[in-house]
Every structure is written in C-alpha cells, then in structure tokens.
Design a protein around this ligand. Structure first.
Ligand code: FMN
Length: 190
C-alpha cells in the first residue's frame, strides 16, 4: 500500500518539520546523516555530519563537532551554509539553507558534554591533535584510553538555523519541488 501524497504546500511544510524531528530521534532515518556545506569566503567545503537535535520553535538543528575542526573555523568567519539530506523511505531530498553558529562554552555545551563524556563517543572530542593535522603515517588504531589525555576536551555544538528549505519529491507519478521561506511558500519546477 502506498502512502497518499500530500497535496498542499502547508501540509508538506508541516511534514518537513515533523520529519526533521523524527530524524534526530531515529538512527535509521535517512536525514539523520546528511551533508553540511560551508565556505571559507572563497572555496566551498562539504562533509557528512549527524543531526543530533531539532528545536522546532527556533527551527534550529544541532550538530556535534570538534571545536578545532576546519568547519568550525569556517563557520565562525562565514556563517552561511547548507545541509543536504535524502530519505529513500520518503523519497524526499531537502536542501536546507542555514545560518550556522559555533558554541564552545556555556550551558548548551556543558550540559551536552556532561552526557556525552559518559559514552565511548567522548574519544571523538579528546584527540590531542586537531582534526586534519598532518601525520608521519596512517593514524594508529585507537589506543586504550589514557586518563592523562582526557582532561582537555574539544567538544563544540554547531547550531544551524533554517533560513529556507528547497524540497524535492521523487515519485513515479511525477516529481514535485517546493520552496519554503519565511516570506512564504511556492511550487517550483522540479
Ligand atoms: C558517517 C559519518 C558521520 C560523521 N558525523 C560527523 C559529525 O556529526 N560531526 C563532525 O564534526 N564530523 C562528522 N564526521 C566527520 C566529517 O565528515 C569530517 O570528516 C570531519 O568532521 C572533518 O571535517 P572538516 O575538516 O571539514 O571540519 C562524520 C563522518 C562520517 C563518515
């Protein structure tokens, strides 16, 4: 049985916000792992990231990262970016224009680090070398935890406030595309 297609722009936009909320809570959701594109004022850059939280009232997505990463430096100077997502289940692509921010201190960071540091994922933010540092050879297998190196963490929270959403649906009956902006919604040629 196929799910009936949503007919109105209002219904589709509401479904987009609902699916973003599902994406941060369900590991299998196609949108949870997405591509974040940034720029350094000249060249563009892109990489996969995991969506961690969605705040519907402010329409802001949260992503965890290393505060020393290149993307964090780029965002601090050039806050405009884009998140690109694809869900095979929904057959929906989203291109979300976002205004990015980097938080490295304060309650938003400390409360999340307090939870994260109790999990194996903490090692992602405890590396002594900044991500992208040149090495003499391949990175070694993860060494057993060294408590002396765990004192300094480099955990940061990226905030991505939605500016606009370009929605594309692939469908056997015909593809559909729409743009959702603060000023309104409209259909686009796919
Ligand atoms: C499946 C997958 C998930 C990833 N999730 C994240 C993430 O949530 N945050 C992050 O900073 N990097 C994540 N990465 C690593 C980035 O893609 C990237 O390699 C790293 O952050 C360095 O990027 P940068 O040099 O542009 O800052 C992930 C990579 C993969 C393959």
């Amino acid at each position: 049985m196929t799910t009936p297609r949503l007919e109105t722009l209002e219904a589709i936009e509401a479904a987009v916000w609902h699916e973003l909320d599902r994406a941060v809570h369900h590991k299998a959701h196609g949108w949870r792992l997405c591509v974040l594109a940034t720029n350094d004022g000249d060249a563009v850059d892109a990489r996969h990231v995991v969506l961690r939280e969605w705040d519907e009232p402010t329409r802001t997505l949260l992503i965890f990262t290393d505060s020393r990463s290149r993307k964090a430096q780029q965002i601090a100077a050039h806050p405009s970016g884009m998140l690109v997502m694809w869900s095979p289940e929904l057959t929906w692509q989203l291109r979300v224009r976002v205004r990015l921010g980097v938080e490295i201190s304060g309650l938003a960071v400390s409360s999340r680090w307090a939870r994260l540091k109790l999990t194996p994922a903490r090692f992602d933010y405890l590396s002594p070398l900044p991500p992208g540092s040149p090495l003499e050879g391949p990175a070694p297998d993860q060494a057993p935890p060294d408590p002396s190196r765990e004192s300094r963490e480099h955990f940061a929270v990226l905030t991505a406030e939605v500016v606009s959403v370009d929605w594309l649906e692939l469908h056997p009956l015909g593809h559909r595309r729409a743009l959702f902006e603060p000023t309104g919604r409209c259909w686009l040629a796919p």
